[in-house]
Design a binder for this molecule. Sequence first.
Ligand code: ADP
Ligand code: MG
Length: 691
Amino acid sequence: MPSITALKGIGPAKAKLFAQLDLSSASDLLHYYPRTYQDRRLDAKLSQFKRTENVAGIYTVIKAQTIPTRALLIFKAFMRDDKGNVIEAVWFKKKMRRFDPFMQMRKDFKVDAKLWIIGKREDRNSFFSNKITVEEYYPVNSPDAKINAGAIIPVYALTQGLSNKFFRAAVFDALNKYLSEEGEALPQRLIQKRNLLNIRQALYAIHFPKSFAELENARRRMVYEEFLLMTMAWSIKKRQSVRQKKEHSYQIKRTLLTPFKNNLDYTFTKAQSRVINEIFADMQNPFPMTRLVQGDVGSGKTVVALCAMLLVAENKYQCAFMAPTEILATQHFITLKRYLNGLGVKIDLLTSKTPKRDKDKILKSLAQGDLDIIIGTHSLIEDNVKFKDLKLIVIDEQHRFGVKQRAKLRAKARDIDMLSMTATPIPRTFALAFYGDLDVSTIDQLPPGRQPILTSHLSESKAFDMVREEVSKGRQAYIVYPLIDESDKLQLKAATQEFERIKTLMPQYKVAMIHGAMKSAEKQKIMEDFLNKKTDILVATPVIEVGIDIKNATIMVIQNAERFGLASLHQLRGRVGRGSDKSYCVLVTQNTSSVSSERINAVCQTNDGFKIGEKDLELRGPGEILGTRQSGELEFKAGDIIKDKDVLRWAVEDRDFLINYDPMLRKPENAPFKQRLIDLYQKYWDIIDLG
Ligand code: ADP
Ligand code: MG
């Protein structure tokens, strides 16, 4: 494709400015889409371009004059439109010795000349003021007028030294000279199926649309292409990682599963049993499992994962169970040890806090195969963690990990099964787009007796009134403070001061405090006292985010709620509503940004983990959620993953269609698509290999 200097008026100096925008060929320019558009049509309903403020129209010059002052030269013009509305515009320039700065304007603004005037009213508030600041003007029949006025006009995001007028001319020239060289990457049958504009129509219309409807068609086509390429790339990547056939197989021996089940003091819900069966079927399948278990907070995902781990242990292989925080991993360790009491399963915990000596011992046991289950945090990903026979990875709260972290853990062994769990799943279309044919199991049922939680956003004094009311009825309360780092002395001190303050605010009740830096014996005592109703109010740090299950606790106040992420808030409030009484969660905030207040509203409005997951995606963006924010894999020129959800759905459907019909993209008709895919994505994923 020709260089940008092949275009009218672009020499080496201008080319440097274009290079700042990463534009070096004419084709780059064609694919540099406008930031926005201005409706400069004469008969337009100026919705985007408000008539009261903005002016875009054809005017006839009534009078124009140059007025010299001491330092400045002033050019003043009066004009009227065909309805007789008169406008007045003034330009100022510095006086210069041998050069007349208004020479051209004097030629253009001859009496009776007709000009396109694009500008703004100086006094935005007065409709009757006729003073205009002219931003652009074009003699009516000039070639520039065709490009810059009388239509929907593109506005580009540019750099210092490049004007939109100049840029439009360059794009216009590129369209006229080189549009025919733009190749079609989309397979013809998909263009037909979705009734899309072809690449040339779409490129022309995205710069110079004839109508907003045509613009939307053009944009949709470009978005569709981007999304289809993206989801195809992800899906090929996924296929390559699970293509490997497993060399091992499982037998359901029940040597561990049966005694474990008999030890439980409850029975599985129907939903849990169904999901366990789905997982077992996957594990016995010859290809590696990639299954996401989604189920709301408290739906009992942990025991489901434990069943899978026991199947692995029964067959003498190893499992790794990764959780996003130290506290969560520790809680799981304690819970699982209790479940596995007496079964002879060897289990240990590895986090960044594990002392060096213990760590060395654990690493050795893992490598020798002396441990069946290792629970841990990101520490499990480290290179020195090696397994003898790792066959199953369980990832708890998968939305808190990035793709790369998960991939790294997976790379620790061949033909490995992978089970992810979440209470705030990313919406189905996105999961399909990013993870390809990810299998999803849903635990859509809570254990019997759970109560819906009423969440509200109130002042601290109202929140504490509610606490008093609940406690006076004999119920118990949590007051939670954000403490990001449990070992941070300053933060701990602040929390302790809060504890003292609450004691003085509620002298009639017994208040206790719990935090992560306490010794476990001490923590256990405090939890037991709370469970046995020796205390009424538990001031806590997010240690209680998980695992705590006290049915008489009916209210939770979350202080500085703006500091918690959406998923954490949802997880935290799941600590109440566990008995048969109506339960409350009250969010108290200090200063909220608009994003944090959106989080707060979302949590107040819904208890549905799916909706929370959707909102989380919208607020944090897909890059952060997928952990690929830095690498540009998710940067789109035209599309917006969230706003263009419907197009994403098309892309996912058509990807599956394409994969079915031509899995390796070997058919000649799909060759341009395949080439575009390689051009775009190989730099991110050298593993894309289409053979
Ligand atoms: P989550 O899905 O949020 O990870 P957990 O696995 O932590 O939920 O389970 C929440 C609580 O529910 C735990 O105390 C667990 O023992 C309990 N639980 C799990 N399954 C059942 C069940 N079928 N019946 C009663 N309680 C259950
Ligand atoms: Mg859980």
